[in-house]
Write a protein that binds this ligand. Structure first.
Ligand code: CP3
Length: 348
């Protein structure tokens, strides 16, 4: 990556570096996915979700589907945060209708077995998908690479499934050294995975801390910001200038601490976060991203118009990337997404 690389001068990258746009750039979390009929068709041909993620042509196609349909300013590579634990040797499955299932990690012996040496080889198909997408897409659109944050991955690895976090927090209280070791290993793996994505053509990166929710204040630095900073530093050691967005879902009230302690360029805000308060906390130069409610996007009508306009008003106070506060839900009408794109670009 660097000057001359396709996408390096895109509106999304420039916004992340602090340049406010007349119309904020837009992309949507889970813009590739089940709300698109062409995705459902492609998905039906790729029965195992993980195999789908590891099939470069299919993953590139899924990434490009929303780019063809919508005037988005960025594509996010079609993959999953759980490819990292999988590449480290953990057992990861996606059960129909149940979401991800992992064999729960139990203790020191399981942590000692995590195998960094095969990470890049096992994830090579993801990097090939990025190369294909970067080659197929115009330079005015950015390509976003991503990873789950250490604590979010640790939560999935300890609990063995999504939705539940109590065991993971109990594990952190009962085994402080083990959890610190695990987070450090994951931060390193995430850093390596992000570097390889930039090498393959990603212009910006997002770190998903999906489980920043309900972490007591005294643990926030240890579980959330310090491990993310470690991953960020690994990336910066190789790519000092690639912009990184951190998304601390459920911790919108701690954006100031999150931003200063992780040193990311942009902060993604969830549905409940207050854009005005975040702007006050971070000042006029930091890039914010978010935070339209996916349910407003699904519902449409006057409520959607009002919600979009409220975010556009807040976006006028500094660099902002228009996005949702969480992923597009499968029942979302395509016409509602088209409407938001037009509205954000000032066409309606
Ligand atoms: O378009 C994009 O945003 C890029 C692709 C992407 C996926 N997952 C594809 C996917 C991204 C960025 C993710 C991140 C991810 N994965 C997160 C962080 C964001 C968040 O939601 O908080 C998490 C927690 C996961 C783990 C995960 N993967 C879950 C909980 C699920 C099941 C949820 C569901 O909707 O069924 C997945 C599966 C998954 N990842 C799908 C997609 C499109 C649905 C799989 C399918 O098509 O059957």
């Amino acid at each position: 990556m660097g000057e001359g690389a396709k996408g390096y001068n895109s509106a999304l990258v420039r916004t992340l570096l602090g340049e406010q746009q007349t119309h904020p750039p837009i992309w949507l979390m889970r813009q590739a996915g089940r709300h698109l009929p062409e995705y459902r068709e492609l998905r039906a041909k790729n029965k195992s979700f993980l195999d789908f993620c590891y099939a470069p042509a299919a993953a590139a196609e899924a990434t490009l589907q929303p780019v063809r349909r919508y005037p988005v300013d960025a594509a996010i590579i079609f993959s999953d945060i759980l490819v990292v634990p999988h590449a480290l040797g953990r057992d990861v499955r996606f059960a129909e209708g149940e979401g991800p299932l992992l064999t729960p990690l139990e203790g020191a012996a399981d942590i000692a077995k995590l195998d960094m040496s095969r990470l890049e080889t096992r994830l090579a198909p993801v990097y090939e998908a990025l190369e294909r997408v970067r080659a197929a897409m115009d330079g005015d659109r950015a390509l976003i690479g991503f990873a789950g944050a250490p604590w979010t991955l640790a939560t999935y690895m300890i609990q063995g499934r999504g939705g539940e976090r109590d065991l993971a927090r109990a594990f952190a209280y009962q085994n402080p050294e083990l959890v610190d070791d695990l987070l450090a290993i994951l931060a390193d793996a995430i850093g390596q995975h992000l570097i390889a994505q930039v090498k393959a053509g990603a212009n910006a990166l997002q770190i998903f801390e999906s489980w920043a929710e309900d972490i007591p204040g005294h643990l926030f630095a240890r579980l959330v910001t310090k491990p993310i900073k470690q991953a960020v530093d690994v990336v910066r050691g190789v790519y000092p200038d690639v912009p990184i967005i951190g998304f601390p879902r459920g911790a919108g009230h701690r954006v100031g601490q999150f931003f200063s302690e992780t040193t990311v360029q942009g902060v993604g805000l969830d549905i409940a976060a207050d854009l005005g308060a975040a702007r006050t906390a971070l000042g006029p130069k930091v890039c914010l991203q978010g935070n339209l409610d996916p349910m407003a996007l699904m519902a449409g009508g006057p409520a959607l118009e009002q919600a979009v306009d409220a975010i556009l008003a807040a976006a006028a106070t500094g660099p902002h990337i228009f996005n949702l506060g969480h992923g597009v839900v499968p029942a979302t009408p395509i016409t509602n997404v088209e409407y938001v794109m037009r509205r954000v670009k000032g066409l309606t």
